[in-house]
Write a protein that binds this ligand. Sequence first.
Ligand SMILES: *Cc1c(COP(=O)(O)O)cnc(C)c1O
Length: 456
Amino acid sequence: MARSDIPYKIYLTEDEMPKTWYNLRADMKNKPAPLLNPGTHQPMTAEELQGVFCEELVKQELDNDTREYPVPQEILDFYKMYRPSPLVRAYCLEKKLNTPAKIYYKFEGNNTSGSHKLNSAIAQAYYAKKQGLKGVTTETGAGQWGTALSMACAYFELDCKVFMVKVSYEQKPFRREVMKVYGASVTPSPSMTTQIGQKILSEHPGTTGSLGCAISEAVEVAVGNPGYRYVLGSVLNQVLLHQSVIGMETKIAMDKYGIKPDIIIGCAGGGSNLGGLIAPFMGEKLRGEADYRFIAVEPASCPSLTRGVFAYDFCDTGMVCPLSKMYTLGSDFIPAPNHAGGLRYHGMSPILSQLYDDKMMEAVSVPQTRVFEAAELFARTEGILPAPESSHAIRVAIDEAMKCRETGEEKNILFGLTGTGYFDLVAYEKFHNGAMDDYVPTDEELASYRARLPQI
Ligand SMILES: *Cc1c(COP(=O)(O)O)cnc(C)c1O
């Protein structure tokens, strides 16, 4: 198709929107390893998991075989408020780069939460409501997940208790207030409201908290209060299932115009947006029907795929959550301050970890200042102010497009633009003031965390 025939924005009509989620595990020969009970090291049973998670979500979590899940009508209706999300041809960026490559991005920032996380939040809230629960608990670091979940809970009139990492609670007051607009209660973590919080505070007075610690508190409250369950915004198989809506829409839109991406790029924190974006394309690759290059991009300060190990590890600091086999830096790894809050998790989705270990996917890590350079170039050409997390994918998309300039190849490059950066302007300010550092952990540091991994 001629260049001018591809519109800037490729939309789908409501009728063309996907009606199913795609479960990539059904097409994986090597399935992701099961979650293990942290006490017995035996695979977690559905009954055990149902004490913490909603019943229907446990079924999805453990289901390695069902290829397609119909999206319930109530969720489709909610999706229609802000989906389909646009697939954009980055004509202006291409021109600026003077590249023969064709660049496309799937933009998930078009909702108030400002990220793709709403796709799974609404699904998880729906299943909690359907089960007759009173509410859900969760943790949030940078705040995007907490915001998405509070929106979803408001829609289904569920109580929403968010434990927000204390440093973010203090540094990101606006995120906190958005959650309150949607009716969530927001507690800085660690807090005195839980036993694990009290323990952490007595051992480390003045600590500003971590994601792993907030998870432990949220789980404790869910397990200790009848009518509550815990929900998580990334990493888990169920979250990747819900996020497949991103890839399904992209595939339908690209097929409509006869476009086949050569390279698909996404930032990877816990792996949910990348897992969702690549799902139907990876399915084709696994079934031998097509080939694509997939690239996960992570911060050089938190390099779980590129420098971690593939092993069973705890998902949280309190070591109350199930053990998960994943690429990990160790559950007590605390990355140096970087400004992509959503990419600061020590582990990676078990599905993506398995695919990476099977060499179905590549991974690269990038330093922070190069990420912000790409973010600004993107903002100045395409107009959208990108989230720092998303800008990791932008960085590598630009790098790949520049390689095409050298070779003259007209590759189709697709990347996930997961969100907007309005709440990250302090990070942009640091970048402008030259106050941003590019700390990369040493091999010795990483080895010391690795030495503390559980022996399974
Ligand atoms: C949370 C978040 C991410 C990273 O999470 P994944 O589960 O790896 O997708 C990326 N971008 C944005 C905007 C986020 O909020």
